[in-house]
Design a protein around this ligand. Sequence first.
Ligand SMILES: [Zn+2]
Length: 180
Amino acid sequence: MATGSRYVPIQISQMQALLEHDMGFQRADESTSWEAIWSRQVATKGGRTFPYTVKVYSSVDLRTNVSRDSGEDAIRLVLKDDVTGYAVKAAEKRVFRTKSALVNLRERARELFQEVVAGPHCPKCGALMKARRGGPGNHWFLGCSHYNPDKSWHCTGTRRVSELSVDQKVAFGIPTDTTS
Ligand SMILES: [Zn+2]
């Protein structure tokens, strides 16, 4: 392992300074946790609120107020869907506790906020979309991530692939020559 990637302990005060004072996070429910957890709902500058929360599992032990040095442990960032209660698995990120951990943590958190704000969003409910195929010709389309007929939050919103930029098609794993 290179010198620059050695484990560096992180104090709870450093987490507070970054997450609470700089980035507007608040402490989350830690009643069943050994570690300090912060969360912040995603909102744009214009005041529009999206039903998503970024949660930071800090690896800071609540008994010692310093990060626990246990091998491969990392700081984990999870994007939680506030409507379904599920984590958006594809969006999970890890930050290793090296010298640049706090800089990297800020960066990864910003990426998650940006991912939600950038969309594209469901025209019906505002949730994030997923790439799907179906219908006659098995064509590509975007379907609402809240599509689940068994749930009260079920949503059937769709968008056409032709609304996407080339970069967005790549991000969704849709062939860039798709025009439907
Ligand atoms: Zn929807």
